[in-house]
Write a protein that binds this ligand. Structure first.
Ligand SMILES: [Zn+2]
Length: 257
């Protein structure tokens, strides 16, 4: 059949798993091709990417069997779920906030809340790294992030196209001027919303950001992951912007780059 992988190597290269796949639901056994690939000398990085919906299949033996090098979380997930993932896997977890997350601010221990103040500042999930508006290096990858969605109602982590363009411009300056040990300035872009050119939803609340298209076309990361657009049980196909893979990772995807 035309769409089936033609060899074991292709089958392994094709291995973008959805943890809802029966392979993972059935228990910790890893598929033969994964064992072959693990034994093969390579420099690929295995990434578990999550967003928007808790994947119940990750509460069990299937999780450690995935052996990712890195976890990326694209927002709108309970903090205790992210803390569970980072604790159980013991690998770096980088995240950006979604539009349903609280406003995240560093906790200022010198600040005393005024009388009647209800919402205390939150530093986000413990043990996880907030990459919103930042560029970090983890597992040999340069990863940059931009959280939030298009503004469609009152609340934190929502931006107009113009506001997100300004955030992306500042991030681009960091990417450009922060020295890179290798040749590539950006390996992975992690966002909550999709780029406008790939994967945006049909309604105004799930519009993509033009600024993400521009970042991708400028720096050509290997991978751009996002959430926000719910696939409702379907596994959405990967998209492409020039040479960059664009993947909607709701609820969880295992990727290799
Ligand atoms: Zn969202």
């Amino acid at each position: 059949m035309a769409n089936e992988p033609q060899s074991l190597f292709n089958l392994c290269a094709w291995a973008i798993w959805n943890p809802r796949d029966p392979w993972l639901r059935s228990g910790p056994a890893r598929p033969a091709c994964a064992r072959e690939e693990a034994s093969r000398a390579h420099s690929q990085t295995k990434i578990l990417a999550v967003a928007d919906e808790v994947d119940e299949s990750l509460y069990g033996d299937a999780l450690p069997a995935l052996v990712p090098d890195l976890v990326l979380a694209c927002g709108d997930l309970p903090f205790d779920y992210l803390e569970y993932l980072v604790t159980r896997l013991n690998v770096p977890l980088l995240y950006v906030p979604g539009n349903h997350d609280p406003e995240l601010r560093p906790i200022d221990t010198t600040w005393t809340p005024p009388p009647g103040f209800i919402e205390p500042p939150t530093a986000g999930p413990e043990g996880c790294i907030n990459v919103d508006g930042r560029l970090v290096e983890e597992s040999g990858l340069r990863v940059a992030g931009l959280g939030g969605s298009i503004r469609y109602k009152p609340g934190p982590n929502q931006y107009s196209q113009r506001q997100m363009s300004w955030r992306a411009t500042k991030l681009a300056a960091r990417i450009r001027f922060q020295p890179a040990s290798g040749g590539r300035k950006l390996d992975v872009l992690i966002t909550h919303s999709p780029p406008a050119a790939a994967g945006e939803g049909q309604d105004p609340a799930h519009a993509g950001f033009v600024a993400f298209d521009r970042l991708i076309r400028r720096f050509h990361p290997l991978l751009a992951v996002h959430g926000h657009v719910h696939p409702y049980g379907r596994v959405l196909p990967e998209r492409q912007i020039e040479t960059t893979r664009v993947v909607n990772v709701v609820a969880a995807r295992l990727l290799e780059i």
